[in-house]
Design a protein around this ligand. Structure first.
Ligand code: PHB
Length: 390
């Protein structure tokens, strides 16, 4: 009460909410446009966390302020972050689906005294751009390294690699190549296509012409991944026995109803499957389904957001609600907990999440629905990408 009165006076005198008991978190993501479902998953994860853990930390109330960034747009991302910091006085920045958007915000963190909790963007280098970045999603190095071993173990010796030509795609290409060559395999051709590509027929022809026995692919989850997997099927590559290997972005659960049998049998490696069998995930899926409305729309950005909120709550607790970005970040170095995805921890040096990566296969359930069935676990995976870019 006393604190509330002081805060009210301070707010009047200073004309700002700097001493208020409300802690604002600015969340930037695609909430409209072609990637809106990914942003909807950010919100579902955040809502699920707050439904399960409350909306207060100590005597502080947490308030989320959303800003819509429909497509990768670094200039707009920076402008939104600046507005959130200066006008809204957010103490935390979070969300960020696309790598260029997260990258664009890292230069303002120190001066703003605000940590950035990356809930999706997956290029390894993001955490190296500021000591105030913590990531609760994954990197494409982390998810694309194990699939190289899977491809080799499936008896495939020659692979063609196809990725979107930007940060996480280039990381995925390098990760797969490094892992596959270590196993004795060869990447016969590596194609980088513009992020805006949506006609995949010419690419499918190049895959056929390459003589490769398998294709490795990474595109950011959304309408493009759906189009790519459909094209793989419709252009007869699946029927021709050309095997498909990818990180789990290519078979996100929300795409599976539209893909139907086209995705059946595809093996991917990823940090999270909605079907993950654990009490923590059961509770999460229940809360997140309620939040999103249609459970068939649940996908991996929800878990990155849910765990991101866990990190932010720990930060608020450790700082007693005061604004001290470095203290907040230091407080979560080494933090470990059981996530809906399995056991995780924040690596104290990189501030990136260490986690299990699972091999999954798209499977048809008895009720006719499709899901990613976990069939193997690669335990406690750090980010191999950080060593690679040193
Ligand atoms: C990224 O831009 O870092 C990104 C976006 C979507 C994904 C993976 C990575 O599925």
């Amino acid at each position: 009460m006393k604190r509330a009165i002081i805060a009210a006076f301070a707010a009047i005198i200073l004309g700002s909410g700097a001493y208020a008991d409300t802690i604002k978190i600015g969340v930037v993501g695609p909430f409209s446009g072609p990637f809106a479902l990914q942003g909807k998953n950010f919100k579902a994860g955040i809502d699920a966390y707050m439904a399960m853990h409350g909306t207060t930390v100590g005597d502080d109330t947490v308030k989320i302020i959303y800003r819509d960034l429909p497509a990768a747009d670094p200039a707009q991302s920076k402008a939104l972050a600046q507005e959130l910091v200066v006008k809204e006085k957010v103490q935390y920045l979070a969300g960020f689906y696309f790598t260029p958007d997260a990258m664009a915000v890292t230069p303002i963190l120190k001066q703003a005294d605000v940590p950035l909790i990356v809930m999706n963007a997956a290029t390894s280098a993001i955490v190296t751009k500021s000591p105030l970045v913590v990531r609760t999603s994954f990197t494409t190095w982390q998810t694309s390294t194990p699939i190289a071993k899977v491809a080799h173990d499936a008896g495939v010796a020659k692979v063609i690699s196809i990725v979107s030509d930007y940060g996480p795609g280039i990381d995925a290409e390098n990760a797969f190549k490094a892992g596959f060559e270590k196993e004795g395999g060869a990447v016969v051709e590596a194609i980088r296509m513009p992020l805006s590509t949506n006609d995949f027929s010419p690419i499918m022809q190049r895959i056929k012409d390459s003589g490769a026995q398998g294709v490795f692919a990474f595109l950011p989850s959304g309408p493009t991944t759906l189009g790519f997997v459909k094209a793989y099927n419709e252009n007869g590559l699946k029927a021709a026995g050309i095997k498909f290997f990818a990180p789990g972005d290519l078979t996100q659960e929300s795409d599976l109803p539209a893909l139907g049998d086209a995705a059946l049998g595809i093996q991917t490696t990823f940090h999270y499957a909605v079907s993950h069998d654990s009490p923590e995930n059961k509770a999460f899926v229940e809360a997140a389904s309620k939040a999103i409305g249609n459970p068939a729309e649940l996908s991996f950005p929800s878990v990155g957001a849910f765990d991101g909120m866990n990190v932010i709550y720990k930060m608020i607790e450790a700082t007693g609600g005061e604004q001290d970005a470095q203290k907040a970040v230091d407080a979560v170095k080494g933090l470990s907990w059981i996530s809906p995805r399995g056991p995780v921890s924040i690596d104290p040096e990189s501030r990136h999440i260490t986690q299990n990566i699972y091999l999954r296969e798209v499977t048809k359930a008895d009720d006719g629905s499709y899901y990613n069935k976990e069939i193997q676990t690669f335990e406690k995976q750090g980010d191999p990408g950080l060593a690679a870019i040193k």
